[in-house]
Design a protein around this ligand. Structure first.
Ligand SMILES: Nc1nc(=O)c2c([nH]1)NC[C@@H]1CN(c3ccc(C(=O)N[C@@H](CCC(=O)O)C(=O)O)cc3)CN21
Ligand SMILES: CC(C)C(=O)C(=O)O
Ligand SMILES: [Mg+2]
Length: 301
């Protein structure tokens, strides 16, 4: 797997982010910026923004592959997206999101899958969902195999059916406490970072003092985390279903894409495109030679 620095992505001279560097940011209270990416241009945008962590999210199943949930994403699909992202990045930490079914079966399966993200996808680490016994054991096994792991608790989309849909989690005291305990268990298992998705801010506030080594990244978990993550398509307004409450839109690219493609289609239909400046010239001599070669004088204008 080549990890050449990309020409268009190497304008900044920022040093690559490291895991100790991330921990130092947590200690210093410096917000950690994480964003998803699924292909080369989204990766280049993340690089240009100096994102600290880039996640090839299994949300790509929905944002770029068009599935209606993250569940169908396969390992091969995720690896193809990951390799494209790798080519656009130089400095952020790159994390691969283990797709549903690629890590639950056994520690061996989890390690083999994670190794593919590292060796074929060029990832620094992987992310897995849920904080129950099985996920905590898998996290520990992957860490023991030498691969950094990011946990993910709260709303875990791969098992959304069991959670009652894409709903905020931990809204009762008991359920909030369970999320805090799951995060602590993932920290004990050696996770360098933990994502908190779609939970009330008071749960996050109760959790933060207990998570002193893992870098806590929130998405719909309020402002108390060490950092934030959003889905690339959500923050840019590239629409896919109904947006969650936690999404803030910083651009309206779907509208811009629609307008651009519509304008092109109109100009093809009206023959306004292509104009002379989009064409390639030929010398008069070569035009004559072409006509001679085709014995086409009679039809020539
Ligand atoms: N584009 C995209 N962005 C994401 O953040 C995302 C995905 N896709 N796919 C996988 C999951 C699904 N996610 C979602 C999807 C919807 C809500 C949502 O609409 N939540 C309701 C909660 C309402 C309630 O708890 O009662 C909301 O209003 O925010 C939340 C997370 C997060 N992930
Ligand atoms: C929202 C983030 C944390 C994620 O898991 C994804 O994009 O798949
Ligand atoms: Mg995911």
């Amino acid at each position: 797997m080549s990890s050449r620095p990309n020409a268009s992505a190497s304008e900044s001279d920022r040093a690559p982010i490291t895991l100790p560097g991330l921990r130092a940011m947590k200690a210093a209270g410096e917000p950690v910026v994480m964003v998803t990416a699924y292909d080369y241009p989204s990766a280049v945008a993340a690089e240009h923004a100096e994102a600290d962590i880039v996640l090839v999210g299994d949300s790509g199943a929905m944002t770029v592959l068009g599935y209606d949930s993250t569940v169908p994403a396969t390992l091969d699909e995720m690896l193809m997206l990951t390799r494209a992202v790798r080519r656009g990045l130089r400095t952020p930490i790159l994390i691969g999101d283990l797709p549903f079914g690629s890590y639950e079966v056994s520690d061996e399966q989890a390690i083999e899958t994670s190794m593919r993200f590292v060796k074929e996808g060029g990832c620094h680490g992987v992310k897995l969902e849920r904080g129950g016994r099985t996920s905590v054991a898998r996290a520990r096994a992957i860490v023991d195999a030498g691969i950094p792991v990011m946990g993910h608790v709260g709303l875990t989309p791969q098992t959304a059916t069991a959670l009652g849909g894409y709903k905020a989690q931990g809204r009762t005291g008991a359920e909030g406490a369970t999320i805090v305990e799951q995060a602590a268990a993932l920290q004990d298992a050696g996770c360098f970072s933990i994502v908190l998705e779609c939970i009330p801010s008071p749960v996050t506030e109760a959790l933060m003092p207990r998570i002193n080594s893992s870098v806590v990244i929130g998405i719909g978990a309020g402002p108390a985390t060490d950092g934030q993550v959003l889905v690339f398509h959500d923050l840019l307004g590239i629409r896919e279903g109904k947006g969650a409450k936690f999404v803030k839109r910083y651009a309206d690219l779907q509208d811009a894409m629609d307008a651009g493609v519509r304008a092109y289609a109109e100009e093809v239909r009206s023959r306004a495109y292509p104009a002379p400046e989009h064409g390639y010239a030929m010398t008069d001599d070569e035009i004559i030679a072409l006509k001679v070669a085709l014995d086409d004088w009679r039809h020539a204008g």
